[in-house]
Design a protein. Structure first.
Lengths: 340, 265
């Protein structure tokens, strides 16, 4: 397997959710942290990482330092820091706290729907600071893993030239008055009048103000999406598509692998969690029920292997860990990373 | 027979939302004289499977919903089309997915209020994301403050709280799925939903035919660890659906369908 190759600066873990993605990425972070300075960022809205790693939700948006056991006696070089993503704090760092705006505040709440964009901002921020050997990003689950691939495109479209031109001079002006008059001059007032009919007057004011704040900080957003180059670069990043055998639907895996292959060329790994293939191989069932159970379970494994072969993606299997506590599960998985 | 008109089936990824949604729609079709639809919210539904089961698909693509919504508000389809074509609005919708979520949700409720004879089962987005959907009306109410849209939002909030809507939270017997299911149940409740059911799906240890067999070590450990995991919550589920050994979707749907009749009220 190609994993022995040099460490990439960024590792992205994505998947369909409910497959142990958070646990797998946490275990990867703990594994690498034995010899490297690691930052783990999670943007999972349910913040399960706190449960797995025992961190406090109050500290979201800030780095939490974790104690890591070093590999061997003489390698105290490793460290692990964790960041629970807080869209509010990410936006505040970019646009400051003096710009109060209800719309921006509401949308940057944990369930406001801006997690992917905040993740891009954070990833760019910490990558640029260059304090870590590797940054591991645990992306949101679900079909919405594709949202993450498209987050930079979304930011780009929002600040796209076609209408950015309207706002481009606004950075030089103070306050909102010049902004409004500019809008009126460009015919966008018609649009806003329509909007006002639907949404009410106070919204339009708040909305133009929000756009104003965002556009004043346009360069910072546009700079953040430079992280795209890193995400696309084979030298700089690897992608791990995490799935688990008890939940993986082959259709989902197929969709995931083909979208990642469209997005970039380079190292991508299909991580299959809770795999039973070793156990199944050793089992000789006797009764009909046993036989059909083995067939069901074995077929599921075979289908996934076929899909990863078809898509030229290496498959990494993690055996199911029978353990009560998430902490123990993580520790077992750390062991597994070592043997890969 | 149920008086519910809108069902949201949710839970973590991979807990069986899609098959359970189909099973629920098929069951409703059997017991109710109303017209039963299945909807995938912001995802498309497996229309072939729906056809095989004789369930109608209600597809609400976001752009269409939005144009319809805006044209109703400004009373002009032409203008609504024009608004949606501007790159500004396109970008805004991409940037703020919760706005689209609210419009899709609002459109669903509009349709149900206009068509008394409809029941819609939504194969809903998974955990985290469903909270964004359910929270979106309140969030946008805070944003818009006044105006026509707020009246609409109030209507939506009333619907969420009413007897007409029910949310099914699914878990499977893994620690995270159970913890997250419980958390989700509480949060859905906190978002104003009054009727919620919690279902434990795909329980290996609840399949008596399997567990009465002589199982190899790794499978008896699985059954055992499931029992231990569910010990403290087992009385809180409205229903436990045993794992079904079959690869065929239709056969699994039938299996779930037969189980769920006890919890339709």
């Amino acid at each position: 397997m190609t994993m022995k190759e040099k460490l990439k600066k960024v590792e992205i873990f994505c998947g369909t959710g409910g497959v142990g993605k958070t646990t797998i990425s946490a275990s990867r972070a703990l594994h690498l942290a034995k010899n490297h300075k690691v930052l783990l960022i999670t943007i999972d809205p349910s913040k399960r990482l706190k449960q797995v790693l025992g961190i406090n939700e109050d500290s979201s948006g800030e780095l939490n330092k974790l104690s890591v056991e070093s590999a061997g006696d003489n390698s105290p070089s490793g460290s692990l820091e964790c960041l629970l993503l807080s869209p509010k704090k990410s936006f505040e760092r970019l646009i400051g706290t003096e710009n109060k705006n209800d719309i921006i505040d509401t949308l940057s709440k944990p369930y406001g729907g801006m997690n992917e964009i905040a993740a891009i901002i954070e990833l760019h921020h910490w990558y640029t600071l260059n304090q870590h050997d590797v940054i591991i990003l645990d992306t949101p689950p679900g079909h919405h893993f594709i949202d993450f691939l498209e987050a930079t495109k979304k930011i780009n479209a929002f600040f796209d030239k076609t209408f950015a031109d309207i706002f481009i001079h606004l950075g030089k002006e103070e306050g909102g008055k010049g902004f409004i008059s500019k809008l009126i001059n460009t015919g966008i007032d018609k649009l806003l009048n329509l909007l006002e009919k639907v949404t009410g007057e106070s919204f339009v004011g708040e909305f133009t103000n929000a756009v104003h704040i965002l556009y004043r900080n346009r360069e910072k957003f546009v700079e953040a999406i430079n992280i795209d180059k890193i995400l696309l670069s084979d030298d700089q990043s690897s992608w791990y598509l995490v799935s688990s055998l008890d939940q993986l639907k082959s259709k989902d895996a197929e969709k995931m692998l083909s979208s990642i292959n469209k997005f970039r060329e380079g190292d991508s790994f299909l991580v299959v969690n809770k795999s039973w293939y070793k156990h199944l191989k050793d089992w000789s069932p006797e009764t009909t029920i046993q036989k059909s159970l083995k067939e069901k379970l074995t077929n599921a494994e075979k289908e996934i292997l076929a899909i990863s072969n078809d898509n030229n993606v290496s498959m990494i299997r993690f055996p199911e860990v029978f353990s009560e506590s998430p902490t123990e599960q993580v520790n077992e998985l750390v062991q597994s990373w070592q043997t890969i | 027979m149920t008086d519910k008109r809108l069902f949201f089936v949710t839970g973590k990824g991979g807990v069986g939302k899609t098959l359970t949604s189909f099973a629920l729609a098929a069951k409703l079709k059997e017991v109710s004289h109303k017209k039963v639809f299945i909807n995938g919210f912001d995802q498309s539904v497996d229309s072939e499977l729906a056809k095989e089961l004789g369930i109608e698909v209600l597809d609400l693509p976001l752009i269409d919903s939005t144009i319809e919504y805006i044209s109703r508000k400004i009373k002009s389809k032409t203008l609504a089309n024009w608004v949606m074509k501007t790159s500004f609005f396109k970008a805004l919708f991409n940037m703020v997915p919760s706005l689209g979520n609210m419009i899709t949700f609002g459109h669903l409720i509009d349709l149900l209020e206009d068509n008394d004879e409809w029941i819609v089962v939504v194969d809903a987005p998974s955990s985290g994301h469903i909270l964004t959907v359910l929270e979106s009306p309140q969030n946008f109410k805070n944003i818009f403050k006044t105006g026509a849209l707020v009246k609409d939002i109030d209507r939506m909030l009333k619907f969420i709280d009413s007897r007409l809507m029910e949310v099914w939270v699914l878990s499977i017997p893994t620690e995270l799925a159970i913890v997250e299911g419980k958390e989700l149940y509480d949060k859905v409740k906190a978002r104003g939903v009054s009727h919620i059911k919690w279902i434990l799906n795909n329980s290996f240890s609840a399949n008596d035919a399997i567990t009465s067999e002589q199982l190899p070590d790794f499978l008896s450990r699985k059954a055992q660890s499931e029992d231990e995991l569910t010990k403290s919550t087992i009385n809180e589920y409205d229903l436990v659906v045993p794992m079904h050994i079959d690869k065929n979707s239709k056969s699994i749907i039938k299996h779930i369908k037969d189980k769920i009749s006890t919890i339709l009220d």
